[in-house]
Ligand binder design. Structure first.
Ligand code: APR
Ligand code: PHB
Length: 393
């Protein structure tokens, strides 16, 4: 084994959580090394979600990686809930003035962060194998591909299927989980969006979402049964089903085009508590997963990383461990709020085979309430654009 490398924070995973953490620590003069098992090309091409909360946009812009986001991101002041043959706009400018969302692909955020990291001379190791964490109590280190990285702390930013969370001894972490009987079939299409803003459609045939990436590229999602085989969905069938679920209001026609990417993602709600064990700190999908209906996944990862950055900064400034000790509780408060919101949006807008007529009437009555009452719509709006961050103790 080569002589060990040393850094202050060893980060596993070059997704939004790991990259943003490394970037923010760098701005605070704290060193880190990122270990990523996939190639740079893979992580930069991986199509994921694309709605940024106000706070996420502010964090990226204030930390100097928001230039392209401000230039190419699409700022939206509302979304549409479409059901029962009518569309209902949830107007952020009226309900939560001054707070909006920005539509900007997660992979674009990843590209911007990797570019900024490498421009600052960061050490990002792509395509590393056999990452494993060791001696978390006092002198943590990470081994990978025959090498060793000594560090003061390890940040587990390696997603749901990573090695960090499973490396915590049995019985330390409690997990909370909910599976959904459906998945999302997502596509990227080379066609101009058919609407200015996102459309969340609830129909008897199932949920559909009209999103976008740019004036030329649209993003769509369809509710399909869990475990559905993508081969069952040739492009024509996808467009026919999107039309059936979105062309449900007078005067709306869905433009179609070449599908350039498609995939099926299972829907899951998951929380691991606590998000810290000794000198290992979990952030992002490594600690929590939300169904994408509330567009919270990426934004929660950013919220975790903000708290962890501040906690590590205080430790290196004056040795205080108070915020490191509070890290998990502070993050989990926002995580559970987002868990509820994401579960609520999912149950409000998807079709459950288990639902009887009574269940369906309940769903419609709630949609009627959310779209008629400013108080209820404000609840949706403030969670969707993102609640302000906690003031840290
Ligand atoms: N060794 C090294 N890297 C790993 C390992 C491992 N054993 N396991 C996973 N990784 C890498 C993955 O290849 C991935 O690039 O960790 C990274 C985790 O990134 P994400 O899954 O994007 O998770 P996170 O950074 O927490 O971002 C959360 O991603 O999945 C979306 O909806 C989610 O938007 C949310 C965001
Ligand atoms: C997306 O644009 O990919 C997107 C938008 C809203 C969601 C989920 C995904 O709720």
């Amino acid at each position: 084994m080569l002589s060990p490398m040393r850094t202050q924070v060893g980060i596993i995973g070059a997704g939004p959580a790991g990259l943003l953490l490394s970037h923010l620590l760098h701005l605070r003069g704290i060193s880190s090394v990122i270990l990523e098992r996939r190639s740079r090309d893979y992580v930069e091409r991986r199509v994921r979600a694309g709605v940024l909360e106000q706070g996420t946009v502010d964090t990226l812009v204030e930390s100097g990686v928001g230039e392209r986001l401000l230039r190419e991101g699409l700022v939206h002041e509302g979304i549409e809930l479409r059901y029962g043959g009518a569309g209902h706009r949830v107007a952020f400018e009226k309900l939560v003035p001054g707070r909006s969302i920005t539509v900007y692909g997660q992979q674009e955020v990843v590209k911007d962060l990797i570019a900024a990291r490498l421009a600052a001379g960061a050490d990002i190791r792509f395509e590393v194998d056999d990452v494993a964490v060791h001696s978390l109590e006092d002198a943590p280190y990470i081994t990978f591909g025959g090498e060793r990285l000594d560090c003061d702390f390890i940040a587990g930013c390696d997603g749901f299927h990573g090695v960090s969370r499973p490396s915590v001894p049995e019985g330390v972490i409690t997990t909370y989980e909910r599976e959904y009987p459906f998945a999302w079939l997502g596509i990227l299409a080379r066609v101009a969006p058919s609407a200015e803003e996102l459309i969340y459609a609830q129909t008897g045939r199932g949920f559909a979402l009209h999103s976008m990436r740019s004036p030329e590229i649209s993003r769509f999602y369809l509710q399909v049964p869990a475990g559905e085989d993508l081969d069952e969905w040739p492009d024509e069938r996808i467009w026919a089903e999107l039309k059936a679920r979105l062309e449900t209001v007078p005067g709306f026609a869905l433009a179609t085009g070449e599908i350039i990417e498609k995939g099926i993602t299972p829907l899951r709600s998951f929380v691991a508590e606590p998000m810290r064990h000794e000198r290992l700190f979990l952030a992002g999908d490594a600690a929590h997963i939300v169904p994408p209906t509330g567009a919270k996944g990426l934004n929660l990862a950013v919220a975790d990383v903000r708290v962890l950055t501040e906690a590590l900064t205080r430790f290196y400034a004056d040795g205080s461990t108070a915020l490191l000790d509070d890290y998990s509780d502070i993050c989990l408060k926002r995580v559970w709020r987002a868990q509820h919101f994401s579960w609520w949006m999912t149950t409000l807008l998807h079709t459950f085979d288990s639902d009887d007529a009574y269940g369906r009437r309940l769903q419609t009555s709630y949609l009627d309430y959310v779209t008629a009452s400013d108080a209820a719509a404000t609840t949706l709006a403030e969670n969707y654009v993102g609640l302000p961050y906690e003031v840290l103790p």
